[in-house]
Design a protein around this ligand. Structure first.
Ligand code: PLP
Length: 375
């Protein structure tokens, strides 16, 4: 049997060994409900506190401004339920597009970068009639890997007195996030994108702004997200954050060189391939590309038969491949059903773990991509 090659790290990163060990350790401590006042309750509280500290160090923020949630999606829903007017970019994840129900959409250019002049003009008009506006732009796009000019988005939004949220689910572990250096009001994160278990996310908030919770109950997470804490998830998230901060956080050079090697191979063996957002500022691990004549679902199935796990980047929960709204928004509507995403480990520390992918395997993958077009 061929070795299974996973190149879908933007969908989820496998549980890190360090995280797995920390979870077993945590399960061995005993019955952990952080609301209990006895020994075990205190242990639970300590575990949550350490995780909060690790995450706050990773993004350089005050640990008291972190609310743990069940996912980044939940964190975004919690935040958005507090705003009536939300301005979003056209390439946001559905966690943002669906929960904002926004019709204030800022377009992107052909490279997938948000149009800052449009944003400025749009906010100028919108602020006349609205008092409380939230601008929500993602840091890194999950399909293309494009890094949005988030500092400029913040600058423009602040000029018009708007608050700013950034969906950083795909930025964490791939680029440096330093909340001391950027005036964001809200940031949302997802644990499983850096090697924690699924089912844990976080909202980082500016505590000068009052938020109303969505989930009411026992007052956990300072009353912002009731329900007995998911201690395993929180511990895992904290350990994954520690792993990234303690390892070569800034170092993505090996990942980049593998990704670029693969891209060059494809350019030679399948010159008709179209690469999306190739010229934009991108994270090191992602390629989104398409063959004009091959639908994405067919490509995924054929590559799966060859033991390559990749994605269209736009799969919905039913597992069906739908048209990519990101590719459409970039002006390639005719290719929006053809795009295929290859996402490598987010950084060198994760790539190094088990020699996760070799150039030889990438040669075979490039050959399989080329074969997709064979009659
Ligand atoms: N935002 C982006 C950009 C994502 O890629 C994802 C997950 O794919 C999410 C939000 C949602 O994260 P979660 O799975 O924690 O709900």
């Amino acid at each position: 049997m061929k070795k299974q090659i996973y190149l879908d790290y933007n969908a989820t990163v496998p549980l890190l060994k360090e995280v797995k060990e920390s979870l077993i350790d945590c399960m061995n401590v005993g019955p952990l409900n952080a609301s209990s006042i006895h020994y075990y309750g205190r242990k639970g509280k300590d575990i949550i506190d350490i995780a909060r500290t690790n995450i706050s160090k990773l993004i350089n923020t005050n640990k008291n401004n972190i609310i743990f949630t069940g996912s980044a999606t939940e964190a975004i829903n919690l935040l958005f339920s507090n705003f009536e007017t939300i301005v979003v970019s056209s390439v946001e994840h559905f966690a943002v597009l669906s929960s904002s129900k926004s019709d204030h959409i800022i377009p992107v250019n052909q490279d997938g970068v948000v149009d800052l002049s449009y944003l400025e003009l749009y906010l100028k008009k919108l602020v006349k009639n609205n008092k409380k506006i939230l601008v929500s732009v993602m840091w890194v796009n999950n399909e293309t890997g494009i890094i949005q000019p988030i500092e400029h988005v913040v600058e423009i939004a602040k000029k018009f007195g708007c608050l700013v949220h950034c969906d950083a689910a795909q930025a964490l572990g791939k680029i440096k996030i330093n909340l001391e250096e950027i005036e964001l009001d809200f940031l949302t994160l997802s644990g499983h994108k850096i090697g924690a278990p699924t089912g844990i996310g976080a909202l980082i908030y500016n505590d000068n702004i009052d938020l109303t919770p969505q989930i009411l109950g026992g007052g956990q997470e300072k009353g912002m997200r009731a329900g007995t804490e998911n201690i395993l998830g929180i511990r895992g998230f904290g350990e994954a954050a520690k792993f990234i901060i303690n390892s070569t956080e800034k170092n993505c050079s090996k990942v980049k060189s593998l990704r670029d090697y693969f891209q060059e191979k494809i350019k030679t063996s399948s010159p008709e391939t179209i690469f999306f957002g190739e010229k934009a500022n991108k994270v090191a691990n992602t390629i989104l590309m398409a063959l004009p004549k091959i639908p994405g679902d067919l490509a995924l199935m054929k590559l799966d038969l060859e033991s390559f796990s990749v994605s269209s980047g736009s799969a919905c929960s039913s597992g069906k491949v739908s048209k990519s709204h990101v590719v459409s928004a970039m002006g390639y509507d005719n290719l929006a059903s053809n795009s295929v995403r290859f996402s490598f480990p987010p950084n060198d520390a994760i790539l190094n773990l088990e020699n996760l992918i070799t150039r030889k395997e990438l040669d075979r993958l490039a050959q399989c991509w080329s074969n997709l077009q064979a009659k």
